[in-house]
Design a protein around this ligand. Structure first.
Ligand SMILES: C[S@@+](CC[C@H](N)C(=O)[O-])C[C@H]1O[C@@H](n2cnc3c(N)ncnc32)[C@H](O)[C@@H]1O
Length: 206
């Protein structure tokens, strides 16, 4: 169900080019995670809030069957036009209301700047969306914005989150947190402000 909480008009931001998050390159943290966990990126992988698809294309280039989901039609159009044979499937949809065919489909959800884009009141809905997308035993891995640089009095997005709250949110929702660390890589200006977390959805009881 779609929560009734005000969010930015994401499509409008893509239309006016107010997209400072879009670096045109995958986050360098993907390569760091892969180096640490060479078997992680495989199978069916969903990227919620994929934007113009840089991370989804990187995942597809590693051999994943990647699906990018975004609520902004312009982001999805651009992502499709940037596909250079990587074969990512892009779906115009909200994580809060995933189409039936995406539910329970994924081995892995890769998170990057979707959670921090949402008002904190929507965090539980975000995690429910990830839970719905994953198969039993599926994993979520992501790089989370802990400490975005803000001017005094400025609010998000991006909305920072403490490492304790981040871990607690996943644990409360039935995920087992496997690992969490501060990555040594990142876009310029983000190193030391982000955190990687990997967690598993409980497998279905036999
Ligand atoms: C800060 S941008 C990050 C985009 C991309 N991850 C990147 O790093 O370039 C947040 C993205 O989340 C999308 N988004 C916001 N709410 C969403 C929702 N409920 N379901 C799916 N996507 C959503 C926005 O349209 C936007 O593309």
């Amino acid at each position: 169900m779609k929560p009734e909480i005000a969010s930015p008009d994401w499509n409008q931001l893509y239309e006016t080019g107010e997209t400072p998050w879009d670096k045109g390159l995958p986050t360098p943290v993907l390569a760091e995670v892969q180096q640490r966990h060479p078997q992680l990126f495989q199978g069916e992988v969903m990227v919620p809030g994929c934007g113009t698809g840089s991370d989804a294309r990187w995942l597809a280039a590693q051999g994943c069957r990647a699906t990018g989901v975004d609520i902004a039609p312009l982001a999805v159009d651009r992502a499709r036009s940037l596909d250079a044979g990587q074969g990512v499937q892009y779906v115009l949809a909200s994580l809060f209301d995933l189409p039936e065919e995406l539910r329970g489909k994924f081995d892995l959800v890769w998170e990057h700047t979707c959670l921090c884009a949402l008002p904190p009141e929507l965090r539980k809905s975000y995690i429910q969306g990830v839970y719905a997308a994953l198969k039993g035993g599926g994993l979520v891995a992501g790089v989370f914005f802990i400490d975005p640089e803000m001017d005094p009095g400025e609010t998000g997005p991006p909305f920072g989150i403490s490492p304790e709250e981040l871990t607690g949110l996943w644990a409360e929702a039935g995920f087992r947190v496997q690992e969490s660390w501060v990555p040594t890589t990142g876009y310029p200006g983000r190193v030391g402000r982000e955190r990687v977390l990997i967690a598993a959805k409980a497998a279905k009881a036999a």
